[in-house]
Design a protein around this ligand. Sequence first.
Ligand SMILES: Nc1ncnc2c1ncn2[C@@H]1O[C@H](COP(=O)(O)OP(=O)(O)OP(=O)(O)O)[C@@H](O)[C@H]1O
Ligand SMILES: [Mg+2]
Length: 387
Amino acid sequence: MGLREVLDTHRVVVCVGCGGVGKTTTAASLALHAAMSGKRVLCLTIDPARRLANSLGLDEMTRDEQVVPAALFAEKGLALEGELSAMMLDTKSTFDDLVRRYASKPEIAERIIGNKVYEYLSGSLAGTQEYMAMEKLHAVRSDARYDLIVLDTPPTSNALDFLDAPERMADLVDSPAMRWFVQAFEGAGKFSFNLVGKGAAFLLRGLSKFTGTGFLEVLAEFITDFNDLFGGFRQRANEVAQALRSDDVAFVIVTSPNPLAMDEAIFFARRLEEQQMKRDAFVINGMRALFAEPSLQEAELAALVAPHLPPDVDARRAVKRMRRAVDDARTQAIADRIQAEHLRQRVGRDLTFVEVPYFEEDVHDLASLGRVAAYLTGDETMPTVIA
Ligand SMILES: Nc1ncnc2c1ncn2[C@@H]1O[C@H](COP(=O)(O)OP(=O)(O)OP(=O)(O)O)[C@@H](O)[C@H]1O
Ligand SMILES: [Mg+2]
């Protein structure tokens, strides 16, 4: 199945991969293509970079859906049959929404949201961003305004973060440490450590020396309140984890031809398989062009280029340097192809692989996203060798 079919047969397409390989570019290009072919598409990004907004012709990404004006497509000569909206995911406000949904009383929700510990956790706890991306995805998945949702994920330093995030979030609320705190504080009366076991009381007093008085009270309040979310939150995390395995969710693994990125893509593919999630396609982005070996001898080339060089430049030496540059470029391009082949071999040839060339100019507007999309959907393919 090519990427065009992936777009046609899924409601959600998740672009994953390690840092800087072109996830945002791929997500935006896929969204653009689907919108141009008649779908109502939401491109959901976590990347606060202005780059995506600029590429889509928007001033900035916002937390609310923004429709990319049809006039911007027309300006670039692109025919738009559907509609493209973009939205930036905001981890904190997604988390706040969850807290409000699952707190048993509005006061508890507001107390949690106003708590300093929560403020810290909601922004910096490992995996929170990943989980919130999945959470938001789950929330917009049933939104009837969209035929297709394309999710651009954050750069995961550890490829596992994404897949494990919902389970990890559920484990956090159900962790022994959390339960210990809840019992200790509820049992002892919230702000008194008297009844907490001796060892624990000692530890807590020791801690407050470092953290300042008041911190533990804030922590205790947070943990007790947070516990109120427990049932709903855990169930939701399980639901989200399950939703990622459904048939209408496709995963596109984006990688560059760089060996380290490839290794991560292979590892990622294995993890998806282990977790019973699909690997719908691989995008190898930024493949360097393979130039043919020069067919002329150096002397012939020197004679050809000499008239175009300044008089003080020795044509033979210039040609030698050019040869070296061509040889280097060829070596790199061949290395890219070896890496791409290696990926096919390792993950299985039956899967879909798409190669996108490295463009000399940055991918920075609707027109260049359109060019990337042409390669993604197979309208254009990379030439084997450029003569
Ligand atoms: N095929 C390409 N040719 C040339 N430049 C590209 C190509 N694909 C992406 N780029 C450029 O490379 C940079 C990184 O791309 P992008 O932002 O899509 O990566 P990312 O995987 O989303 O990064 P991050 O992990 O930081 O979110 C951008 O400047 C983008 O315009
Ligand atoms: Mg990105």
